[in-house]
Design a protein around this ligand. Structure first.
Ligand SMILES: [Zn+2]
Length: 453
């Protein structure tokens, strides 16, 4: 890390600015000590002298994008032929035996690829849901922490788990499940070792039993109690497909939200991956509880899982953010393109008057609320200086008029500059110090080995 300085940097006069709130940042922003010190309206000058200036007249300025649901390891199984056209359950059943062979080096490469891809798409904070801990991969989350730190990003890394194997009526093979005592002990260790509670936190830990069809009710209940004791967040997949709803009815005699309630998870500590198949009453209950949803439009379309009722969830008080989901069901880790997908999928449900700004809001301020990080996701004084700057001089933008609308309608896919906590992590569309071609070569070889077994 470059040492923090008290230098004030004026990111001056952007071509356009999206603040995710009512503030006008047409004059730019001032960054000092890793936070946003001032937001300047058109023509306004900084209140105090700035030692450095960045001319943003060719950039659209916005808060860094925040990804709320991913499985980094899945970058090794993108676009795999046998499941390219499958829905969730057979997709999982074919992939579990492949994933069970994951090694520490595989995960290190996979996480670095996913994070680098996210960062280049303007993402500054990423959540990952990792639930595979085969023999030899006990340190999976430690490996992810190192990958996040190497790229200078922020992350909420969730200690996932699978405790219900096929022998007991679950979906994953028995070889991929862990004993609950082991899960809980490792969860507590990770919080003590890595979790930073502060506004400038780089690493946060959360607990994430995988899904109703891969964990026992006991690990859900115990995880909720431990999360409350250690004051960390809870994450799981819920209401992703109708197969899952059938599983809950048959095994527990409950619909998904009743199941969530029965294990002590219907709280504002929880965020859910997908959250598609809810009744009106369930949406009301989620909103009353403040339980959040990570909307994953690309994955939901790819697996034909369904369409989340995002506007109704928000109207009920549910915080909604965006997730790219794992790379075996997206198969890209691109947050700005995910905002475009969310815009279009929600327009299909609700009509064409869903504004571009609303989709950008889900990807920034909404996602920050989902991860319990109110100090992220907006351009406002006191917020962390996490920024994404896009240029609109590519062929795809030629002839466009409204710069904010152009980001999504013309399919921006790569940031030119990205700042995390006041430090530039992407410069001229590149990650300084990262050998991308070497990474691709090693990661591709690992992916081929993993499939070959
Ligand atoms: Zn997922």
């Amino acid at each position: 890390m470059t040492p923090a300085t008290s230098q004030r940097l004026w990111i001056k006069n952007p071509q356009a600015a999206f603040t995710a709130n009512q503030l006008d940042a047409s004059g730019g922003i001032v960054v000092a000590d890793g936070v946003i010190a001032e937001v300047l309206a058109a023509g306004q000058q900084p209140a105090a002298p700035c030692q450095a200036t960045f001319d943003a007249s060719n950039h659209v300025l916005m808060p860094g994008l925040i990804n709320t649901h991913h499985h980094f390891y899945q970058t090794l199984t993108r676009a795999w032929g046998p499941v390219a056209n499958a829905p969730l359950f057979p997709w999982l059943q074919n992939l579990y035996p492949v994933w069970a062979r994951l090694t520490p080096r595989d995960l290190e490469l996979a996480a670095t690829v996913a994070l680098a891809e996210l960062l280049l798409s303007g993402c500054t904070t990423a959540a990952d849901h990792h639930y595979l801990f085969p023999g030899g991969l006990e340190d999976a989350i430690d490996i992810e922490v190192a990958a996040v730190r190497a790229l200078g990003m922020r992350a909420t890394l969730t200690r996932g788990s699978m405790t219900l194997g096929t022998d007991d009526g679950g979906l994953p093979p028995q070889s991929t499940v862990q004993a609950p005592e082991m899960v809980l002990a490792d969860s507590e260790r990770l919080v003590r070792q890595y979790h930073q509670p502060g506004a400038d936190a780089e690493i946060q830990i959360a607990f994430a039993p995988c899904s109703p069809f891969s964990v026992t009710k006991e690990i859900m209940t115990e995880s909720a109690l431990l999360a409350e004791r250690l004051d960390v967040r809870l994450h799981t997949h819920l209401a992703e497909t109708l197969d899952e709803e059938d599983f809950c009815r048959e095994r527990f005699g409950l619909r998904t939200v009743d199941y969530l309630d029965s294990v002590g998870w219907l709280t504002d500590r929880t965020w859910l991956g997908h959250g598609i198949h809810f009744s009106d009453d369930e949406i009301r209950r989620l909103g009353a509880a403040g339980t959040a949803v990570a909307h994953c439009p690309t994955s939901n379309m790819r697996l034909a899982s369904g369409t989340a009722r995002v506007l109704e969830l928000e109207a009920a008080g549910v915080p909604v953010g965006l997730g790219v989901d794992g790379s075996a069901s997206n198969d890209a880790s691109n947050m700005i393109l995910e905002a475009r997908q969310a815009l279009y999928l929600q327009r299909l449900r609700y009509g064409a008057d869903v504004p571009v700004e609303r989709a950008l809001g889900w990807a920034t301020r909404g996602s920050a609320a989902v991860l319990g990080r109110p100090e992220l996701g907006q351009l406002a004084p006191g917020m962390q200086a996490d920024l994404a700057l896009f240029r609109l001089d590519d062929l795809r933008f030629s002839g466009s008029h409204d710069p904010i609308a152009a980001l999504l309608l013309c399919a921006a896919d790569r940031a030119d500059r990205v700042m995390v906590g006041g430090q530039w992590r992407v410069v001229d569309g590149q990650i300084p110090g990262l050998d991308i071609s070497g990474l691709i070569a090693e990661h591709s070889a690992a992916a081929r080995r993993l499939i070959a077994g």
